[in-house]
Design a binder for this molecule. Sequence first.
Ligand code: KG4
Ligand code: ZN
Length: 345
Amino acid sequence: MRILGIETSCDDCSIAIVEDGSVLRSMVTASQIETHRLTGGVVPEVAAREHAIAIIPTICSALEKANIGLSDLDAIAVTRGPGLSSALLMGTMTASALSLATEKPLIGVHHILGHLYGNFLEREAPDILFPYVALTASGGHNHLILSRSHREFTILGSTRDDAAGEAYDKVARMLGLSYPGGPSIEHAALDGNPLAFDLPRPLLDTGLEFSFSGLKSEIMRIVQREQGRGEGLSGSFIADLAASFQHTVTDVLVTKLFRAAEEVSAQQVLIAGGVSANTSLRERVVSEANRRSIPALFPLKKVYSTDNGAMIAARAYYQCTGRLDSYPAGATILPDPNLTIEQSL
Ligand code: KG4
Ligand code: ZN
């Protein structure tokens, strides 16, 4: 089954064509990073306008790259939410119109479930073991999710305040590093000492909830103290603080992921969302998984960690398999910025 996936929930207009939930035929992503760098973050109306400009040419490029036409598709899938309302609207309206014109079924997908299925791109079905626990860590969300099948998902824990990616973005801004913060901090941390600063690890010893606002405030305090000396922030100060921050966040994420896996006797752990592109997180998860003899998956390519159309097509395949008739062509899909997982099933 060949599905066109459309993802416009935030600042990436990403279109992909995926076969049977795993084989990537093409993916084209129009990134808005340069635009949002000017404001240090995403302005929703600006993002929506950029999607309006990019979406049709991006769909055409993805079809061209896969060397197929619209008539060769079996279904069209689109992110319904959560995400930025006006940005989502660009994707859902385009998807509805395409579906009406081509008479292909239209499948609305939950963005966070899309992230989970980014793990299954370019993998064989037997690589997916249930029950699994997934850590999702992005700019907009941070959860531990238990999945018992392609239709059963339970949120075991979430963040009480900032998501991990949001903390990366805010700390990067404090350190004068460019947007998006995750890759900038990862790069700066290469030259730093992860043990240079002993930072707070809120809620580390208990439960499955996350909280990153105290850590963020502590970084702000350290930065202000350094600026108070009147000499600005040196390269080595930035590198040490970036490395210590990354080490601390990774520690919290990994501890909670394996605590959850143990509590529910998971057969596998996954990491997903933009922060799962982080090399130090990937390495820690793999070494901890090896130590406990539990299989770990992470998206095979870093572009499958950050927002992308392929993960939406992959989730759509597993969501609908065998039941395309319940997804009518030309249906109206309204974006829902607060869509829950249950509402998406
Ligand atoms: O999943 P995503 O692309 O968009 C949302 O759904 O939010 O995640 C974006 C987030 C940003 O906060 C970005 O700073 C973070 O993922 N991120 C990273 C890395 N690459 C992206 N965080 C840590 N290390 C990275 N290499
Ligand atoms: Zn995302």
